[in-house]
Design a protein around this ligand. Structure first.
Ligand code: FAD
Length: 349
């Protein structure tokens, strides 16, 4: 098992690819890390061209701040917060970045019958996972229904022309929440920044999303471990070589709170308007981009184990699921996922 060199991000652990090679065999990894979007980012670079590192730290921080300024609903002066506050139905101008995110989210939402629904903001806020405070008592049916009335992908329209991009809502008090895909987008965007500087061997992560390219400084593949689905253990459930892909995990055992004796998950089912309460506790997706992986993982969490398996097989997705059972946990992976596996816990979760 390779040495753990990173932090545990959401439910992924970054293994810097050090495989026991002696330090002299490998130039040290260049690294940058810090806080962003209410979580953490990390950039590991192997053997960069010398000029590529000039001002790289500052460029990373600035780009993350700009991404935040576009899509955060946790700050009032962002493009998305202004769209959410706007109470009309005229098309509102957005950036190409937001258009890329929304286009991916609408496509995945349509394929999942709306299980992944970025217009879910009123329900996320009602259940206390947005910038507003947590409820002190369980929202009642009437509160859920009035929040649900403001939700639905059919009420959101993305307009893309050669002159620009716009978002248009048909429900004036719609509230778009990009929390489920923002980290994936920021990860891909940081990778593009590195590539523009001629860097071709890197591992980038923002929150629970990771993207790699090339090999680490010891010529070994970048390795990412999927953590056991419990808060207590940092053991790896499986270790994968991303082979230049993106990976993202959505889990229901970290981001939750207790209310009136019930565990309230941050993943909300748009159909019921309530947090999920089934036994699927972690869904990991590997895809060509971190944004794509980040979009699919949450919708699989909404669907639950059996429907998630069906969707993964139907869409040919690389998926790793961890389901809670009476005895502990069971895992399942799609055929596409197994091609990325380097090692898997023999305990089978
Ligand atoms: P995932 O499991 O990938 O998705 C769950 C999140 O998506 C939920 O938290 C909810 O917001 C939303 N969601 C729930 N159900 C659905 C559904 N059915 N369809 C679509 N979306 C759904 N957090 C802070 O505490 N402070 C901050 O300052 C802050 N700033 C942020 C800025 C940005 C730009 C973004 C994108 C997020 C920010 N966040 C902040 C939120 C935080 O980073 C995470 O996004 C959040 O905690 C969920 O992370 P996750 O990977 O567990 O989400």
């Amino acid at each position: 098992m390779t040495r753990l060199t990173g932090v545990i991000l959401a439910t992924l652990m970054l293994l810097g690819g050090c495989d026991g090679a002696t330090p002299s065999d490998q130039a040290p990894l260049w690294r940058a890390e810090g806080k962003t979007m209410g979580t953490y980012y990390r950039v590991l670079v192997a053997n960069p061209p010398a000029a590529a590192l000039t001002g790289l730290n500052g460029a990373i921080e600035q780009q993350l701040a700009e991404d935040n300024h576009q899509i955060s609903t946790w700050q009032d002066d962002t493009i998305l917060s202004r769209f959410n506050r706007y109470r009309g139905t005229d098309p509102q101008p957005i950036t190409t970045g937001i258009a890329d995110i929304v286009s991916t989210a609408l496509r995945i939402g349509a394929k999942t019958g709306g299980a992944m629904d970025i217009t879910i903001g009123p329900l996320v806020n009602l259940w206390g996972f947005g910038p507003e405070k947590q409820p002190t008592k369980t929202p009642d049916a009437q509160q859920i229904e009035s929040a649900r009335a403001r939700v639905g992908l059919g009420h959101l329209r993305l307009i893309e022309t050669s002159n620009g991009q716009w978002l248009q809502k048909s429900v004036p008090d719609m509230y778009v929440d990009l929390s489920t895909v923002g980290e994936g987008y920021a990860t891909d965007h940081l990778a593009a920044l590195l590539e523009q500087r001629g860097i071709t061997r890197y591992l980038v992560s923002v929150g629970g999303a990771v993207l790699t390219r090339g090999v680490s400084s010891s010529q070994q593949p970048w390795r990412v471990a999927i953590q056991h689905a419990t808060d207590e253990s940092v053991a790896a459930e499986a270790v994968v070589d991303l082979q230049g892909h993106g990976i993202s995990t959505s889990g229901s055992y970290r981001n939750y709170y207790e209310l009136e004796g019930k565990r309230i998950s941050h993943v909300i089912d748009p159909v019921t308007g309530r947090p999920i309460d089934h036994k699927l506790v972690s869904a990991t997706v590997i895809a060509t981009t971190a944004l794509e992986a980040d979009g699919w993982d949450t919708c699989l969490m909404v669907l639950g184990t059996e429907k998630a398996k069906q969707l993964a097989l139907q869409e040919g997705l690389a998926v790793f699921l961890i389901t809670k059972t009476e005895q502990g946990f069971t895992t399942w992976m799609s055929p596409q996922f197994s091609s990325f596996i380097i090692s898997q816990s023999d305990k089978g979760a």
